[in-house]
Every structure is written in C-alpha cells, then in structure tokens.
Design a protein around this ligand. Structure first.
Ligand code: C2E
Ligand code: CA
Ligand code: CA
Ligand code: CA
Length: 281
C-alpha cells in the first residue's frame, strides 16, 4: 500500500510539474506572440433569424505557434488572465476588431463587431478610455461595437466593474451577456446594468433535441430577454432542427457552424457579399 501511495504521489507531482511547465511555456510564448504578431482574429457571422442577413460578427482570438501549431483561446486566454497579459492582448483584439469592422462598413456592410472582454479588463478603471480612444482612432460608431461579458463579470460585485460598465454604456457601445444561463444567475443585473443583448449558451442549444428541459430553458431565456426589451442571440447552432426550435421561440439572431465557422477577414468579406446578393433576390 505504501508503494502504491508513493507511486500515486509521484504520478500527481509529475502531473503538477507538467502543468506548471505548460503554463510557463504558454506565458512565455504568448509574450512573444504579442510582439511578433503570431496572433490573429477570426470572425464568426451572426445571422438574423427573421431576415437571414448577417447582422454582425464575433471576433475570436487565434494563436498559431510556429512549432506547436494552433493553440486554442480556451488554453491561452486563462494564461493571459493569470499573467496580466490579457490587458495587452485585449487592447490588441479591440483595436484590430474595430479597424476591421470599419473596413467592412466602407464596403457597405453595416455589421456590428462583437468583442470578448475579460473580467480583468472590466475591473480596470482606464478601460472605458481605451475603448473610447480605439473607437475614435478607427472612426467606428460606438453603436456598432458590442462588448461580450460573462455573467461572472457582472456578479463580481466590485464597485469598479459597475462604474466601468456605466461609463462604457455612456459611450454608446452595446453590452451582451455571453454564455447566458451558465453563470451565477441573479437576473437583477440585467436591469441594473442596462444590458442590450443575451447570448444563449451553446450547452443549451446542443441539448435541444435530446432533452426537453433544454428547450424549456431556451424558451424561458428568450421570454426574459424580450420582456426586458433585449435582443436574444443563440450560439452554437449546428443543425436546421436547432434553428427551427429557435425560430419557433422567436429568438432574434443566431450564430454557429450551421451558418459559418469563425474565419479570417477576407473570407468573411466573401461570405457577406454572397449573402447580401442572395438576400436581394
Ligand atoms: P465564446 O465567447 O463562448 O465563443 C464561442 C466559441 O464557440 C468559439 O470558440 C467558437 O469558435 C465556438 N463555436 C461557435 N459556433 C459553434 C458551433 O456551432 N459548434 C461548436 N462546437 N462550437 C462553436 P473559440 O473560438 O475556441 O473560443 C473559445 C473561448 O475563448 C470563447 O468562448 C471566449 O470565451 C474565449 N475567447 C476567444 N477570443 C477571445 C478574446 O479575444 N478575448 C477574450 N477575453 N476571450 C476570448
Ligand atoms: Ca463570446
Ligand atoms: Ca459564448
Ligand atoms: Ca463559452
């Protein structure tokens, strides 16, 4: 038993060591990636369920590492948050996304740009100034920028975040609650923070067919959103059947592989042109 215990200990300590090394590797790599432009953004279209038109895109960070290939944001965003690099990364994402959005506007595509914001950025009192400056530099109308926050951002209950949110709202940018329904749900923040849009989390959409309670939750979220005068978007739509259920419950917009995967800006442009051509017919 003693032998066994020691083996288990060695196993876990090896794992811990591996984890720590992984983190150091990612943190070092990310620092370099930021300075050497190994990061890029992909954009995923958001479609109006009423008109079928693309009404916006969400910017999603991508990291292509020279030796290791693609490293997903689910891995590097947490490292960026723990190391503080998220400020620099977040500022870069915001700037790149706004500059890209104005390019699309100039081509005649009046779409919104969704940008994910970390709780750490939101706790920074200088964040609204950064947003205002970035919008001004890009020449983008604030109404076309939608900041995606998670429920925990708003539930953090820090007075700083609340003040930052108020300032952001006064700039005229839109606020969406990402992964809605998965967090700590106190619905009072919807009213307190003058949110503009709810994003139904993919986990509910994925279970539409297999679990009747998932559809019931979706229906309830849409009802809550609409009764507060908010738009509701569902994410992670992969099938026509999922779309059908959302349309039946009067969801406003949808995003998911069923329409398009996240893609580089040039591909989005093609997608937009094709889409608006078909919408015109
Ligand atoms: P998220 O904000 O919830 O983004 C949605 C994720 O779902 C994206 O993963 C997207 O590629 C994926 N997705 C979209 N449609 C479908 C679908 O139909 N099926 C499936 N299976 N997946 C779908 P991605 O790009 O890997 O991003 C993961 C997470 O990383 C994001 O989740 C977000 O929390 C974070 N993230 C990405 N970019 C940024 C960023 O610039 N800043 C911050 N703070 N977080 C980011
Ligand atoms: Ca998001
Ligand atoms: Ca989400
Ligand atoms: Ca998510």
């Amino acid at each position: 038993a003693k032998e066994k215990g020691r083996n288990a200990f060695e196993f876990f300590s090896r794992q811990l060591k591996q984890k720590a090394q992984d983190r150091i590797f990612l943190e070092e790599g990310l620092r370099q990636a930021l300075s050497q432009q190994e990061l890029s953004l992909h954009y995923q279209p958001q479609v109006s369920l009423e008109s079928g038109e693309v009404v916006g895109v969400e910017a999603l960070a991508r990291w292509f590492h020279a030796e290791r290939g693609n490293i997903g944001p689910d891995r590097f965003i947490p490292v960026a948050e723990q190391s503080g690099l998220i400020r620099e990364l977040g500022a870069w994402v915001l700037r790149t996304a706004c500059l890209q959005c104005i390019k699309w506007h100039r081509l005649g595509h009046r779409i919104t740009i969704g940008v994910n914001v970390s709780i750490i950025q939101l706790a920074d009192p200088s964040f609204p100034t950064l947003v205002a400056k970035t919008l001004a530099e890009a020449g983008l109308d604030p109404a076309y920028l939608e900041l995606e926050l998670t429920e925990s951002c708003l539930m953090g209950n820090t007075t700083d975040s609340a003040a930052v949110l108020k300032e952001l709202k006064s700039l005229g940018v839109k606020i969406a609650i990402d992964d809605f329904g998965t967090g700590y749900s106190s619905l009072s923040y919807l009213k307190d923070f003058a949110v503009d849009r709810l994003k139904i989390d993919r986990s509910f959409v994925r279970e539409i067919t297999s679990r009747s309670d998932a559809a019931a939750i979706i229906k309830a979220i849409i009802a809550i959103g609409h009764s507060l005068g908010l738009r509701v978007i569902a994410e992670g739509i992969e099938t026509a059947h999922e779309e059908e259920v959302l349309v039946r419950h009067r969801c406003d917009d949808a995003q998911g592989y069923f329409y398009a995967k996240p893609m580089p800006a040039a591909e989005v442009e093609r997608f937009l042109t094709e889409r608006s051509a078909t919408a015109a017919i």
